[in-house]
Structures are given as structure tokens and as C-alpha cells.
Design a protein around this ligand. Structure first.
Ligand SMILES: [Mg+2]
Length: 422
């Protein structure tokens, strides 16, 4: 239960590991959280029985451990980044991988039409904005490049601020982790083929810049290159101090402190005290931690795990988990900040209800990057930051792990080729 209780953010540090380990396990973590939360999708918070293991997904008559569109689209983007070979210079040089919007749309279309990179051989669910984008792409103007302009025109309005590009953006930060600013620019572009809305693009850029910074720091520390040791307070500060564009002000409202951090405050405890008083997610965190600590469990009791996890969950009014990209990002970030292990945050997101699986998948990418280390480094039965008996059970119940491993391998190879050529 210790993993559910409070600890200052500035003493919770990023787990060092090679980039290849972070990439493989962040993809796995996304699928685990997606499959865990999927049975609670569409349900109001606190209206369903507690989820702590892989359950059948009654929404789509699926068995337990089946991941959904979030993971499929994330894998499609990862495969495109890892294996794209469209440019003539690439074909001449025999190199593979890179960023190309049309290739990404092709990958999404293959999933939608043919079930490529789906968990059960077909696409059983797709977001409405993504479907519209793929129809425009397919019907109208596929090869001409005009499809992107038409999508940008038709799908940029306020009604198209869904989480469909944020939910898949993880591989961009993993692929380009050595250059976080460059990764953020690619992330904006990666949103445009289905979600050209300015808030969606800004959410993808900020999230990706954070992911890339974490992978770079974890990889460098693993090699003892003396990068700064990042804490969860740095992650909060990344979003609180992010230069949100004026046309994405909803993100600033949700993720910046009500009172900006005064200049000259550098002591981590003082920074954390400021955010605890003035940051909306930190105020929620303080309130729910008090409630969770008031639950007095008998150790190892499943009911106590449920009671404490649910105590950490604010009301839906205070922390919505809807498909609106701002809600999804804030809810995923809250789960990361309010818990101390991968497992605890996964349980929190899987029990949020509404767009549960997508919030969980977005959380899973960040938490995978943060906590992941080789499995051998935590012994069987031991409660680790990433691996635990419950997480191993989730992993063993997950369908089509081979697909996830295969695509992760392609992305790792791309990252290694990229390093060799730069
Ligand atoms: Mg889904």
C-alpha cells in the first residue's frame, strides 16, 4: 500500500535505463493500461466494480487483455517512423525510417480497413474525427498532398479537440529523444493528419517534449554522462511553465499554476510548496492524499486497495476523463503525480471511467518512460517501481504481445541507426 501514499515530488526520481529499454517498455505499458481500462470505457466514474486485473471488454464483446485503437494507432505511427522508406535518397542509401505524414496516414488506413496492427485482426472501434480524416484521405485526394490541406480546413474547428492524436504520439518522443525541441515540432506535425486543431497540436508538442527529455536524461544517466537527475517536480514544472500558445489557452488554464512561480525560487522544496498551493492538479492531489490516508487497510487486502485507489480519484467534475484532449492530458498527468509506482497510476486511470482506456494509455506511455527498467532487476514477488506481481499478471494476460515487441524492435533499430548516422 505504500505505493499509494503521498511522497514529495522532488524526491521521486526518473529511473535510469538505456533508451532501448525505455522504448520497449513504454510501448508495452501503453498497451497494458489501454487493455486494463478498456472495459470501463463510456461508464461514469464510480459506477462500475473496481478494476485490478484484465477483464473482458463488454463494450465490444472482446475477451480480457485486448488492447484498442489507442495502442493500434500508436503502433502504426511507430512502424511508420521506424520503417518509412519513401524518399528517393533513402532508397538509394538503403536507410529506413523517418517522418512522413502521408506514410502515417497510409498506416492508419491499413489498420482501419485491413486490421493491420490490431489486437484481433480487425478495427473494432475508431474515433469519429479520425474516421473523417481517413475518409477524406482515401476518397479525395490521396496522392496529391491536397488531402492534408482539406483535413486541415475541415477538421480544425473547436468541435475537433479530441484526444486521438495525443493517444498515439508517444513514438515521436521516443524516436527523436536526442532532440526534444525537434521532437516537439514533429509531434505538432504528427497531429495534423487527423487532428489539425491548435489545442491538439499544442498538447502533442508539450507532451512529446517531456517524453523526449525524460528518455534522454534516463539514457544519459545510465551511461553516467552526468545529465541532471530529473524528479517528478521537473515534470510538473515542464507543463506549468510551458510556453502555451495563445490559441491553446485551455491547456494553460488546466496545466499552469494560478500564480506563476516567482523568479529566483530554486529550492526544490520551495518550488513544490508553491505548486502545492497554486497548481490545480497539486491542490487535487493534496486533497485526495488526505482521503486515501484516512482509509485504514489491512495489508494486502483487495478491498483496501480498491478503497485507497478510489479515494485518490477526484470527482468527475474536478478531474474529468473525457475524450477532450485537455481533459485526457490533465487526467493522465494527475495519475502520474498522485501515485508512486507504475501499477498504482495504472489502477487509478483504469478506474476513471468515460474515456478510460485513452487516459490510461496516455498515462502508460509517460509512466513507462519514467519507471521502466529491465525485468530482471526486480526479483519475483518484489514490489518494484515498474514490475510487480500484478503488472506481470497483466503482461501475461495481454494479447498479441508479439506485435508490440516487433514494432518496438523496429523503433529501437531506427533510433540506433539515427545515432550511428549523426
Ligand atoms: Mg480505445
Amino acid at each position: 500500500m505504500a505505493s499509494l501514499t503521498s511522497a514529495p515530488l522532488h524526491i521521486q526520481h526518473l529511473v535510469p535505463a538505456p533508451a532501448s529499454t525505455k522504448i520497449r517498455l513504454a510501448l508495452l505499458a501503453t498497451a497494458l493500461c489501454d487493455a486494463l481500462g478498456a472495459p470501463a470505457e463510456f461508464k461514469p466514474r464510480f459506477s462500475f466494480s473496481f478494476i485490478s486485473h484484465m477483464k473482458p471488454n463488454g463494450n465490444f464483446a472482446l475477451g480480457a487483455g485486448v488492447w484498442t485503437d489507442d495502442t493500434s494507432m500508436m503502433l502504426a505511427l511507430a512502424r511508420s517512423l521506424g520503417t518509412y522508406s519513401g524518399s528517393s535518397s533513402q532508397q538509394a542509401e538503403g536507410t529506413r525510417g523517418g517522418f512522413d505524414e502521408a506514410d502515417q496516414l497510409e498506416a492508419y488506413l491499413r489498420w482501419y480497413q485491413d486490421g493491420v496492427l490490431s489486437a484481433i485482426g480487425r478495427c473494432f472501434d475508431i474515433g469519429s474525427t479520425i474516421r473523417r480524416a481517413l475518409v477524406i484521405y482515401k476518397d479525395a485526394l490521396k496522392a496529391s498532398g491536397a488531402a492534408l490541406a482539406r483535413i486541415a480546413r475541415d477538421l480544425c474547428g473547436d468541435g475537433f479537440g479530441g484526444n486521438g492524436s495525443l493517444m498515439r504520439v508517444l513514438p515521436v518522443g521516443l524516436a527523436y529523444f536526442r532532440d526534444p525541441a525537434g521532437a516537439a515540432a514533429y509531434a505538432r506535425r504528427s497531429s495534423a493528419p487527423t487532428h489539425p486543431n491548435t489545442v491538439c497540436k499544442a498538447a502533442c508538442a508539450a507532451w512529446t517534449k517531456c517524453i523526449a527529455r525524460l528518455v534522454r536524461s534516463a539514457d544519459a544517466r545510465e551511461e553516467a554522462k552526468g545529465e541532471e537527475q530529473m524528479s517528478k517536480l521537473d515534470v510538473l514544472h515542464h507543463f506549468a511553465a510551458y510556453p502555451w500558445p495563445a490559441d491553446a489557452d485551455a491547456l494553460r488554464v488546466a496545466l499552469a499554476a494560478d500564480v506563476p512561480l516567482p523568479a529566483g525560487v530554486v529550492d526544490p522544496a520551495a518550488i513544490e510548496a508553491h505548486y502545492t498551493a497554486y497548481h490545480p492538479l497539486m491542490r487535487l492531489r493534496a486533497a485526495t492524499h488526505t482521503e486515501a490516508l484516512a482509509v485504514t487497510p489491512s495489508a494486502g487486502d483487495a478491498e483496501a486497495l480498491a478503497a485507497r485507489t478510489l479515494a485518490l480519484l477526484p470527482s468527475d467534475a474536478a478531474l474529468p476523463s473525457s475524450g477532450y484532449v485537455v481533459h485526457t492530458l490533465a487526467a493522465a498527468l494527475y495519475a502520474f503525480l498522485a501515485t508512486r509506482t507504475f501499477e498504482a497510476g495504472a489502477l487509478l486511470t483504469a478506474n476513471m471511467g468515460d474515456d478510460t482506456d485513452t487516459v490510461a494509455a496516455v498515462y502508460g506511455g509517460l509512466a513507462g518512460v519514467w519507471y521502466a527498467a529491465q525485468e530482471e532487476e526486480s526479483a519475483d514477488g518484489e514490489e518494484g517501481l515498474f514490475w510487480s506481481p500484478r503488472v506481470r499478471a497483466w503482461r501475461n494476460a495481454l494479447v498479441r504481445r508479439d506485435l508490440i515487441d516487433e514494432v518496438a524492435g523496429e523503433l529501437v533499430e531506427f533510433v540506433e541507426r539515427h545515432a550511428a548516422s549523426s
